[in-house]
Design a binder for this molecule. Structure first.
Ligand code: ZN
Length: 142
């Protein structure tokens, strides 16, 4: 295990636009606030979504399509850098009209309404680098 130390910086509260893409909108928020490392939560409702399950044997994401209106019961994630740009990694819990939920790695989601709370973390640059063992881009913490 390796780790860096950060201190919480500015806090941002955002209301995302109706019909925005959830992942793109959070990425835009991080870019506009010049956050290079951060953490966030979001709640709201989505018109539809695509989430991923990482198949560890195949080393690739399998899509889970949520082709219906759903509650964004929880969204949690982080902001770091990848290939020199801001990279947002988010996981979601989505629930249907019976309260049944599906969860996974957020690939895309059409916003009905969403509230985001983003916290800046100040400290070393947090870069992602391809990791051959997992097939994922993981934090490159020295
Ligand atoms: Zn993920």
């Amino acid at each position: 295990m390796s780790f860096y130390e950060y201190k919480p910086g500015k806090e941002y509260i955002a209301r995302l636009d109706h019909f925005a893409d959830l992942l793109e909108a959070i990425t835009e928020l991080a870019q506009n606030t010049k956050i290079k490392a951060g953490r966030f939560t979001a709640i709201g409702a989505l018109k539809n979504a695509k989430i991923g399950y990482y198949n560890q044997d195949m080393k690739k994401y399998e899509d889970i399509v949520f082709n219906q209106h759903c509650e964004l019961a929880a969204c949690i994630g982080n902001v770091s850098l990848k290939d020199g740009g801001v990279f947002v990694h988010a996981h979601v819990v989505l629930s249907d009209d019976a309260g049944n939920s599906k969860s996974g790695h957020l690939i895309s989601g059409r916003v009905f309404a969403a509230e985001v709370h983003l916290t800046e973390l100040t400290g070393p640059d947090l870069e992602r680098k391809y990791d051959g063992l997992t097939g994922l881009s993981l934090w490159d913490i020295k």
